[in-house]
Every structure is written in structure tokens, then in C-alpha cells.
Design a protein around this ligand. Sequence first.
Ligand code: TXA
Ligand code: MG
Length: 352
Amino acid sequence: MKRPTTIIYDVNKEKPQAAIIRRAAEIIREGGLVAFPTETVYGLGADVYNAKAVRRVFEVKKRPLSNPLIVHIAEMKDLLKLGKNVGSDVLALARKFWPGPLTLVVKKNPSFPDIVTSGGDTVAIRMPDNRIALSLIRSAGIPIAAPSANRFGYPSPTQAIHVAADLVGQIDLILDGGSTELGIESTVVDLTVKPPLILRQGAVSLKKIKTIIPEVQISSALVTQAPARSPGLFLKHYAPEATMLIVEGEKNDSIERIKQLRQHYIREGNRVGILSTNRDNYSHGWSVRRLYFREDSKGRVVSNLFAQLRAFDEEGVDIILVEGFTGGHIEDVVLDRLRKAAGSNIIRVGRG
Ligand code: TXA
Ligand code: MG
């Protein structure tokens, strides 16, 4: 297939320019692919009713067809149109958290191609909290199927340049709406099972979801993953090009070990970066990046994790040493992404 020229438009995120949104919507309706910002990460959008366009989304991301997409909507009525037998729990969650970083898995109405849901009988739906995304969906007049706009296995894009780095020349348009507010993906809840299950922890915490459905549980697949038997068996996810190594344990022990490891890897000829919540733990002049995470005024998780992982790659770092931290209500979401990105490269130091 002829490779498209990727156009990048700067879009005003408070007041998206109508002409740009109209053009982007037209591309979607013509079966093209448009990357757009949401409040979490950038998505790569296609017309949910166009199987050929959706297939291209999988192709350009190199994503297995077995991994279904999230459908993005701008009107509540589309939840009822795309879903089947949508229950009161689903409606209560949608009313409380939409527009926002919560994805609801419901039984699907077979009105759109199977490829969106990987042939399954459920569909994941969310209404993003971003004016560019919402006006694009409204202008297109159709729901937009969109995974994160990165090559499969790599960190999700939180800036338009991240999308360009992964997908330029393969998609039609990137709407550049600046850095995404939250930097971490939506929480995914499956409401087709009893009790409802959290399939992916994300920007809306378990605690918040429990205020609406107290019986919700975290899928056992997410709880303390056993280390992979061989690193090769581990599915790469959220991972930068650089090798990551997380050092967990008592703080001073971790810092000491990171310093030793740094010397070791540098002696072997590597470029080494350090990711820590406190840059002052390391000497100036080292390649140290600060990891932050916090809860915003709406109780949503915000983190610069993905942006920092990509920044290390841009610097040409070979090895990223990550100073671990302990769990908690926000920390868990970041730890989940970090551990998946590092695969089985986790070392525990000190007593613990
Ligand atoms: O914040 C987000 O959710 C971003 C923005 C662009 O909306 N999207 C995103 O999409 O992260 P993606 O494709 O990278 O991740 C979607 C997740 C995957 O873990 C997928 O397996 C799960 O949602 N998912 C999608 N449809 C599903 C379904 N029917 N049942 C269970 N899980 C589903
Ligand atoms: Mg993704």
C-alpha cells in the first residue's frame, strides 16, 4: 500500500480550530487514520464502522489482532447504541466519570465490524475528557476506535512528537494538542462479569471506582505477576528501547546499589540513565530524570513516566536504572507500568 504523507496540525486545545477539526473528521470518514490527544495519552483513531480502516490501525501499530480496541464516543446515547443490555452499574459509572479516563467493557451490539473487538462479544467504550477529541468525534459523526498511538510494546505517547517518532509516514494526520494532561492510560473495568473486574489499573483509582461499585475487584491477572521464566517469554509492554532495571528495597540500599550498577555498566561502555522520584539522591552531571506522580484536583492519576522513558531513548541511553518505591493508591498504577516495562529485570536489595 502507498505510504501516506503524515500531516501534523497544531490545534488549540481550549478552542480547537473548526477548519482543522472538519478536515480531520473528513479523513476519518474517508477511512484514514488520525492521531489525536485525549486527557490520558494520544490515540490513533479510525471509523469504528470501517473494517478496512480499523485493520490498518492494527497493521501500523504492529498490534496483534487478538488485542481489542477502545471505542471513543462523545455522546452518552452512543453507549446504548454500541453496547447491549447496558446495566445500571455501567450507567452510574459513566455518569460519574465521563467524560474521563475510565473505560467500560460491556456486551456488544453487533452493529460494527468484529475486528474492533477481536471477535469477542464485548466492547470497551470511553468518553475522553479533551476538547480536541470530543470535537473530532462529534464532527465525524461516528464513534472512533482508537488504541494508544504508539508502536505495539512501546511507551504510550503523551506528546505529538512521540506519535510522529513511532508512526510518521504510516498515518494520515496528527492533531498536536500539546502534552496530555494525565500521561497514563484510562482504567479498564469489565462489567460483563460478577463481580466487575478491573482489567487495567489507570488514571481512575480503585478507591474511586469503589465509591460507585463497592464489589469491584482487581483481576487476578494483574496481582503480583510471577517473574517470567525466561526474559524472552515476557511480552514487551510500555518498554523503551533502552534496557530497564528496577532496584527495589530500602531507600538508601537502593541508591547505593544504583550507584554501583551505574559504574559497572559505564565501565562496560554503556550510556546509563537514572529514573528517580528525587534527583538529589544522585550527583549533578549524571543523566538523572525525575519521575513524578500525583493526584490532580479531580482525583485522577498524573505521571510523566512515559514521557521520561521516551526522553531517555532520545538521549541514546542504553540502560535505565530505576529507583523503586513502595505501593499505595497512586503508586500502584505507576508501579504496574514500570514493572511491565522492565519485564523481569527487577532486583531487590537489603533486608526485604
Ligand atoms: O487512555 C486510554 O485508554 C487510551 C486513550 C487513547 O483512550 N487508549 C488505550 O488503548 O490505552 P489501548 O488499545 O492501548 O489499550 C486498551 C486496553 C487494552 O488493554 C485492551 O486489551 C483492553 O483495553 N480492551 C479493549 N477492548 C476490550 C474488551 N472488549 N474486553 C477487555 N479488554 C479490552
Ligand atoms: Mg496501548
